[in-house]
Structures are given as C-alpha cells and as structure tokens.
Design a protein around this ligand. Structure first.
Ligand SMILES: [Zn+2]
Length: 350
C-alpha cells in the first residue's frame, strides 16, 4: 500500500460521525492502519455502515481519487457481501450457516470464531488486505472470547479486524486493550433529518423520524423505508391517545395488556408502556414550552388539546405511573394490578 505524503481527509458517503470517518479515512490514506478496530455505540447508530465503508476503502480498486470510489467491482461486491477478502460474521450469518435450525443462536459460538480465524489466515485473493467484520461482540460466548483474543494477539500481517459492539465497558479488558476504539455517538436531529431529506423524505416526515430515532441514523434509514412499521407506530400512538382521552378505554386496554403480558409477550407490553411514557413526557415538555425536545411531534397538538387543563403535577404523576408499571412488571407484580394501577393515576379529561 502506497503512503501519500500528506494524507487528505476524504468525504465518505456517511452522514455525521465526522471524527470516526476522519480517523479511518486518514488511516487508509496514510497506510498506517491498526490491526484491530472496535466500533461501539447503540444499535442502529451506523456502526455497520461505517465498518463496511472502511472495508471498501481498504480494498477499493480505484486507481486514483477518493477511496472508496463506491463504483469499482470491489466496492460493489463489498456492498453486496460477495467480495472474497471481506468477511462479515454476526449472529445473523451464524444462523444462516447453521444446519441446526433449532439452535437458539443467542451467542456467537466458539465454532464461529474458529471458522473466522481459519478464513482470515489465508492470504487475500484480490486486495492488499483481508478484512473481517465481527458484529455482536457483546454476544461472543465466554469460551469463544479466548479464540477471539488469540486472533487479536497475533493477527496475520494482512488482516484488519473490525469489531462491533454496543458497550465498550462491557467487554473484557483483554479485548478492549488490543483494539483502537472508535465510539459512535447519536447524531443531532438536524443532521439526521437532513440526511433523510437528501434521500427524498419530505420535511415533516424527516423531522418526525429524526425525533423518533433519537440520533440513530441507521435506524432512521431503516424506518423511513419501512412503511408498515410507521403505520404500526401510528396505530399504537392513536390507541394510546384514546386511552389518555378516556379513562374507561384506558382501563379496558390495561386489562388487555395484562393478558398479553401473561401470555408471554412481555416485550410488546413494555414497548406499549414506553410509548405511554413518551407521550406523557411529550405533554410535559409541551406544557413547559420545550417543544424542541418533543418526540411524537405529529400528535403533540392533539395531545396538548386533550390535556390543556391538566396541571404539571398531574402529568408528572402520569409519567411516574409508567415508570412504576415498568418496575412492577420487572419484579413480577401481578400484571393486571401493575397495569390498572398505572392508568388509574392518569388525570381525567375535563
Ligand atoms: Zn472502489
């Protein structure tokens, strides 16, 4: 790899994350590349896209100009997941490769790490580097960590490992200390909505999705392309608004949710409560003039109208009732009790 005298920072096709892009693109341009990187941050923040773009930059076949060019055969095949010198390993690929379809696939197994190790021990076929992207590093099984550690300790000279994890602090020190960490933070709402508009979203929709996804650009891109999920969210919001506007509906819904919870769909019930919590918080924010922080901006007018006569204290009590219900359910309070106690603390429309 040829090192240019003055590495120029390139503009990668990545919204935000300027520091991370700067670090990685400079490494590629200068040829001074670490053997292991650890990209951390919450799910949906853009870690995978960054890892893939870095891999493209490392193997791009463009003669000159910006790397990755995004158009050469290598760039294209990395994007499609078919370039031989770039491997991605994740819970998803593990499941796809597994013949035991009944396996629970909740952790990255030692076999998967061993397969990755043997695949990267071969010299690259087309590029200067062999790049292995390992996602879900938080979910690597205990015994597999040792195999991963060995790879990190003595990587073949042509190998670049890109690990992806949620929380830096949750990983063993032995792993952390052998990687260059790049932490991705949530992006500003303006940046996310601007990126969505660049992709053709209308301003109002882009603004709503930027608020709903709280700076997680990857999730924002997923959501804007998923009309079904958007429709479902809107239906849930409308249902919650009906509950907030009518104590009888709220009580009936609380009982229904208790049944759902008892049938084992706990996560679904927690999501519903999170939604109530979000709406009550939004109302509190709107009432105190902090519209900028409101998440469910598309219904805030209706919500404010419903609650126009409620005191801040009454809304605050409703917020707390949601936290209490989440807590009660987590410590196995009877679901019907936990959920009905929540809604009876909500203020009554006048
Ligand atoms: Zn290229």
């Amino acid at each position: 790899m040829e090192a240019s005298a003055v590495p120029q920072p390139t503009r990668w096709p990545i919204a935000g994350h300027a520091n991370a892009v700067d670090q990685l693109s400079r490494a590629v341009a200068s040829g001074r590349i670490n053997h292991a990187y650890l990209l951390t941050g919450p799910d949906g923040i853009g870690r995978r896209t960054l890892a893939r773009t870095f891999a493209q930059a490392l193997v791009c076949q463009a003669d000159s100009g910006e790397r990755p060019c995004g158009e050469c055969s290598a760039c294209r095949r990395v994007r499609e997941g078919t370039f031989p010198d770039v491997t991605t390993v994740s819970l998803e690929t593990q499941l796809a490769a597994s013949e035991r379809r009944d396996s629970r696939n909740t952790v990255i197994s030692i076999e998967t790490i061993r397969e990755m190790r043997s695949s990267i021990s071969l010299r690259p076929m087309e590029a200067d580097w062999r790049v292995a992207i390992l996602e879900d590093v938080d979910r690597v099984s205990r015994d597999a960590y040792d195999a991963l550690l060995k790879t990190l300790e003595e990587p073949p000279p042509f190998v670049i490992l890109v690990l992806i994890a949620t929380e830096f602090a949750a990983l063993p020190e032995t792993i952390r200390s052998r990687c260059r960490q790049i932490a991705l933070e949530p992006l500003s709402r303006d940046l996310v909505s601007g990126a969505l508009r660049e992709r053709g979203a209308e301003a109002e929709q882009a603004n709503l999705i930027a608020r709903l996804t709280r700076g997680r650009i990857g999730r924002a891109f997923d959501l804007i392309a998923d009309q079904e999920a958007l429709d479902q969210r809107r239906a849930s919001v409308d249902n919650a608004l009906e509950m907030i506007g009518d104590p009888l509906i709220a009580l009936a819904e609380a009982r229904r949710l208790a049944d759902v919870f008892r049938r084992g769909q706990r996560e679904q019930v927690q999501q519903e409560i999170d939604l109530f919590l979000g709406l009550w918080r939004d109302l509190l924010l709107a009432k105190t003039g902090r519209h900028e922080a409101v998440v469910n901006i598309d219904v805030i007018e209706q919500l404010t109208k419903t609650g126009q006569n409620w005191t801040l204290g009454a809304v605050q009590t409703a917020v707390e009732s949601c936290y209490q219900a989440l807590h009660d359910l987590s410590v196995n309070v009877q679901p019907r009790l936990a959920l009905t106690s929540m809604v009876v603390q909500w203020p009554e429309p006048q």
